[in-house]
Design a protein around this ligand. Structure first.
Ligand code: MG
Length: 292
């Protein structure tokens, strides 16, 4: 199943999306109540997966063409900061070597967070904030949406705690990352986390994942890798992070970007006004944003 948050008929709704990505069904029809994506994930029952498919499969008259709705970020207002992993692809750690931190490939995952005001939907504008940064960079990433609360989760049980997957662009102000010697501020400017276009439920993407990630800037392929090449894979990240730490339903975990970011070029190729950034992950979709 594919789940999305949309703006339709003057309000925010959650919906399921048909497998071709052409039509949506309002989940309020199935749930008999209005919920936001946080509530839907918290209350999700695995039996709903088949029930929702059957419900809408037998009621095609309830479908709405996708082009009649506006896609919002799948979780526009998460309850907590987005949790992110740094330097989780070897080639990316190499290209940043000595530019961000002196260490190369980390022995333990590097975590940082981004606040919810960074989140924008596909089709919305990334702001440059030129008064405070001159080095705005792109980072395509697979984002894992957590499905239920848990701590001390063994790697072999990690999939039970996943709701699904989406795409994020971990926009980063490199000069702020360096100047403040800590990543939070440089990763946290408004509009600096495009996310979407929707969530692919885990039932469609069983672990281990092997998905091609790509990022294009103005149709030029800049990043291209596979999720199987992560330094710490998804079960390892969930297991490590959850030690002595409560993961909660609706948490969003960005799993790190591969090589090819603007900072890795010589000279660097940062984003500028008018650029179009397209992040694409196989079997998930396309996240497209312009730089204003
Ligand atoms: Mg990142």
């Amino acid at each position: 199943m594919i789940y999305a948050t949309i703006y339709y008929n003057g309000k925010q709704e959650i919906c399921s999306v048909d497998p071709e990505g052409n039509r949506v069904f309002l989940l309020s029809e199935f749930l008999d109540s209005e919920k936001n994506m946080n509530e839907f994930i918290e209350e999700y029952n695995d039996e709903w997966t088949d029930q929702i498919a059957f419900f809408f499969g037998t009621r095609p008259n309830l479908s709405i063409p996708l082009d009649e709705v506006k896609l919002l970020a799948p979780i526009p207002n998460p309850k907590r900061n987005l949790i992110c992993v740094g330097k989780n692809f070897v080639a990316h750690a190499d290209e940043l070597d000595s530019k961000i931190f002196s260490d190369n490939v980390p022995k333990h995952p590097i975590y940082f967070t981004k606040p919810d005001h960074t989140i924008i939907a596909t089709g919305e504008d990334i702001l440059l904030h030129e008064n405070i940064t001159k080095e705005v960079d792109y980072e395509v990433e697979l984002a894992v949406v957590i499905g239920k609360n848990g701590s001390d989760i063994p790697a072999e049980k990690a999939e039970e705690y996943i709701f699904g997957y989406t795409i994020a662009n971990d926009i980063s102000a490199r000069d702020l990352q360096n100047r403040h010697e800590q990543w939070y501020k440089g990763k946290s400017l408004k509009t600096h986390c495009p996310m979407g276009p929707w969530i692919i439920h885990k039932s469609m993407l069983p672990l281990p994942l092997s998905l091609e990630l790509k990022c294009y800037v103005n149709n030029e392929l800049r990043q291209h890798a596979n999720t199987k090449d992560m330094v710490f894979d998804i079960p390892a990240l969930i297991s490590d992070l959850s030690r002595g730490f409560e993961l909660k339903a609706g948490d969003i975990l960005l799993t790190g970007t591969p090589a090819g970011v603007g900072m890795g070029f010589d000279p660097p190729r940062y984003l500028k006004s008018g650029d179009e950034v397209i992040c694409q992950i196989e079997k998930i979709g396309v996240l497209s944003n312009k730089v204003k």
